[in-house]
Design a binder for this molecule. Sequence first.
Ligand code: ADP
Ligand code: MG
Length: 388
Amino acid sequence: MNWLDVVAEEDLADGAAALFRAAFGGEPGGVWIAPGRVNLIGEHIDYAGGPVLPFALPYATAVAVRRREDAMMRAVSTHTDNSWTGAIDEIGPGTPSGWAAYVAGVAWALQEYGIGGVDVAVHSSVPVGSGLSSSAALECSFALALSELFDLQVERKVLIEASIRAENEIAGASTGGMDQNIAMSAQAGHALLLDCLDGSTRQIPLDLGASGSRLLVIDTNAPHRLVDGQYGARRAALDTAYAALGVTTLRGLDSEQAVSGLDDDILIGRVRHVISEIRRVEQAVEILDRGAAGTELGELMTASHVSLRDDYEVSSPELDSAVDAALRAGAYGARMTGGGFGGSAIALVPSDLIQAAAAEISSSAARSGLPEPTFLSAEPAGSAHRFF
Ligand code: ADP
Ligand code: MG
């Protein structure tokens, strides 16, 4: 079985600084680190004004950054041989294309606050393109770097907003704001209840070990493909539903009542998912507030998966295989996490069954001719910070 080791922050920072020296010469002005995440429950409802419950992973992205005297930007990453050099005032939708859009986009979005040129070197332990939010880890570590290097004196809220704009407007990925919020606001040992309707947050203690369970993160190694229009199509479907129902949010609506006002079966499924998933997040929070987890939380997770698979249609054979195998192996519950169409799943498993569950998930993938999954540990980690 394939377990992905957690990389110590020091080693992550060393990796970024070493690349910085090799690419640009001299020392970086500092190294900033931001985490990847999983979403415990509340999927595909951030952009629908729902509540979501992500927590930060102990896998993170480090950026080594130094100010320049001019208004140019250079970006390199240990993940790719493609480097980018350009002027900050050249940055716009589609320019640059590729991975550099995620960093250039942040500089673009923070331009009005008075940033200048920079060199940036990236090194990450977050699997890239696996639904564990390597993109927000990259944006948020860099946003914090710019904020401190140029002494922007802005709140994290501004950096979150800039990171979201970078991803939506420059990288062209139509995602909601969950990933950037958790990267910037995570607290170790906690999940973050983020209400995407009003932006309010509450830290929810997440000590699964206390109830004898553990969360297994499964990267199916089937890259998710969000930028290919599916995400935008789901958002568009909700807009159609809002118009048909004469509302601006599905929040607070009763599922039966809402779908009785619609006649398209696909649209009914989309709406039913959003409304039922909002309810499941509320129930999950109530369970965690009681200090419980185990069966009750597991059942909600599995119900979430079924809804995402059948009503929202964003799962994939790899995700379904992982979820089914985890349940067969005795998991309390399991679900896809993140945008779907590949990417990652999570399973809530009695602690003593972790290895057996991972083994069953792996062999099930092998039997179906699917990629070999990677397993990650899921101790809830803290937010973006300066390492040195
Ligand atoms: P996820 O956020 O789930 O990993 P996304 O598709 O949202 O998946 O973002 C992945 C993209 O982010 C990559 O294709 C790449 O463009 C960029 N990216 C993320 N991490 C890195 C990195 N360490 N180095 C270079 N590019 C990265
Ligand atoms: Mg992402």
